[in-house]
Every structure is written in structure tokens, then in C-alpha cells.
Design a protein around this ligand. Sequence first.
Ligand code: SF4
Length: 411
Amino acid sequence: MHETIFLQFYSRRKSGVYNLLNGFSDTYDLCRRHGEPRWYPEAPDKRNERQYDHYAANPPPIRKGTVFISALDVNHLYQSWVWADLHPDITFVVGGPVAAEINTDGPRRQPAYVRVDDPAALPQNFVLTGKSVETWFGVPDFSGPWRLELPGGIAPDSPIYFSYTLDNICFWNRCIYCNMGCHDRQNNRRRTDMAFEFQHLPFEGVKQVRLNTGSLTPHHIRNLLPLLPRGETFQYRTFMRPAAAETRALRDAIAAAQGPLPEMVLGFGVEFPSMRMLAHIQKGFTPEEMMTALELCSAHHIRVNGNVIVGWNNLTPGDIDALASFFDRMPHGAFRTLQLRWLFAHPFTAIHDRYRGTPRTFGPFYEGFSVALDNAEQIALNRTAVEIILRHGPMKGYTVQGLAKVKEHLD
Ligand code: SF4
């Protein structure tokens, strides 16, 4: 029997939160008209080793027909390719951020997140859409009502985490390790009617809503945050640049909200908080601007998670002093967690051209590389930065995450 299904992955985290990777919520009715939406439990691959046999052991969702897949990360893309390789009677049409975003800067159109060097080697039954579902079926983006049907068996005391897409762009687009700037603008999508349909979700437990966008614009902050549905069961997660314009907008949003903003966790790209390094990375804000944003969030009990990148090959002792001074001056409790990441060079980014490292390929896809440092002085400076961040954790009330992976590069 030929079937058509729309497949979304989901997983249960150690914390008990159900992570619903709901790529078809904006087009639920459209998908329903063409086939059956279906959830698929994600096969854990914690170290992202992408062993073919590991993915091949997952049974395909149907025996024959067409599977539309929402690929939110490269493991989903890899799973789709492995299935296509093994099951020629099934056509896999793969969309979602890692498959639908297309880079037009190079000699030909191809995925922006992973490079495909030999498109001819892709199986015939494996289609990288390069389109949103709406565009694929010829209807305007965001033209249907948002809807989420939950996988069975989720108890109300298990929080659920899902996405509500604001847009698929970043208005800033300049950070040198990020490839958002090379995405085909014809694929840009923006939700204009903010109906917050998830407020009617028939689920009584905690709903963690990820407001999807590269980075909130001042307009989003000023006009959207005060309108978010509130209540004990709603929590929000999103990214904001801690730049002066965004902080001004956040101050206005706090004033307009007439009471506390809904519970939210803002993600800040701290990267490396020295004036020189932030300018080098082209973040468009200074350490002082970030400090002002942190003070505002701290004063209004808005939780912040920070992302710090180490692995740079151009640090100076002055950068280390500036980082130490930043952490000394930071208000206690300003960050809830600090996520350490080692610099990764994605294809089509400035970092990819400037650094070297061991290429990561999986099947026909090239993902980039973790940068390799061979200069003893730079390794020592990066190590000192990590030590300063670790030392300030207990004093400033934040938890450090990602240390084990970073240490692999420094030890
Ligand atoms: S602000 Fe974030 S999404 Fe935007 S370019 Fe920088 S890293 Fe990329």
C-alpha cells in the first residue's frame, strides 16, 4: 500500500521534558489533506558519531510511499538519507531548517548548513526540498492555522517543549561563525498574524515555547513580548542580542507589560566578552552593552542563558583581562547557565576560510570541522579563559555546561 506521511521526531530528555520537534505545526491542515502526520522517537546519538548501522537499525516509518520529513538537525538529515539508501520503495522529501535553507552564494544552489559535494551520488528517492512545506504545495507561507497534536502517553507532569516560528531569518546576519547570512532570501518566511494558537493546546502541564527566529528584533521585543500568553504553565525560550537597541526595546516591553513579563529564558551570545573579540566576531555590541542588558534582566527576574565560544586563534592577554573584568563586574544571578562551546567552522562562513581542522563528513554531507589549535600560546590563553569562567560560576550563581567537550580540545 502506498502511503504518505509527515514525520516529526521527538525525544524525552533526562530532565523529563518532551522535546517535540514540530516542524509541521504551521501547516498541520495542509499536511492532513495530503497524508498522515506521525511522530517518530528520535534514536539517541549523544556524541553525534553518526554510525551508519546505528541509524539503519531504526525501522522506516512505512514500507512503501512518500515520507515528508522535518529535519531540525543534521542527525535527522542523516537518518533520512540512511533510510533512503536502504529503502528504494520509499521517497523521502526532506525539509526543515537543515534541508530547506539554501545557499546561493556558491556556483550552484545547495543546502546552507551542510555541503553536498556530489549531488549525483544522492539516491533518487532522496529529495532535499529547499522549500517550506507551503511553497512545496503551492500555498502562501503561514496561511494555515497552527496546530500541534501531541504524541500519545505524555503525562501532564512532564513538560513539553515545542516551537512557534516567528521567522526563519536573522535581521543581524553578520556573526563570522554563522551561516544565516548566506541563506537564499527567496526562502525568507515571516509570521505576520501572531495568534499564539498554542495557548489553546489541550495539555495541562508546562508548555515551554521556543519562539523561533535567528535573533529577536527590537520590534519583536517591544511589540510581541508583552502580548505573549501568560499563566503558570507557559514558559518561553528565545535568542536576543544584548545590544543597546534590543535592551531599549526590552525596557519598553517591561514597562508596557503592566506587571512581570511571562516567564522566559533569553539566550545571549556572549561569545568572548572583550571589546576587541566582539568586534572581531562582528556581534555588533560591546561588553558594556551586554552588561546593561544583564543588569536589566537581573533586576526584572528574566533568566538568561549565555553561550561562550572558545577555541580562538587570535586571543591576546588583554582579551583575557577584559573577560575576567566582565565576569567580576557581572551581577550575581545574571546568568542561569553558561554553555561553553568549542569553535566550529560551518561551511560558507568566514571562520571556515580562516581556520583548519579535521573535516566532519557523514554519508554525502560535509558539516565543517571543530577548529584545531596548534599554537601553545593560544591554547594557554583559551584554557585560562575557561578557568576564569569556571571559577566565577559559584560566585556568580551560574552553572557551566559543555565543559567535557571543550576539555577534549584543550587537554
Ligand atoms: S545573531 Fe545569531 S543568528 Fe544572527 S548572525 Fe549572529 S549568530 Fe547568527
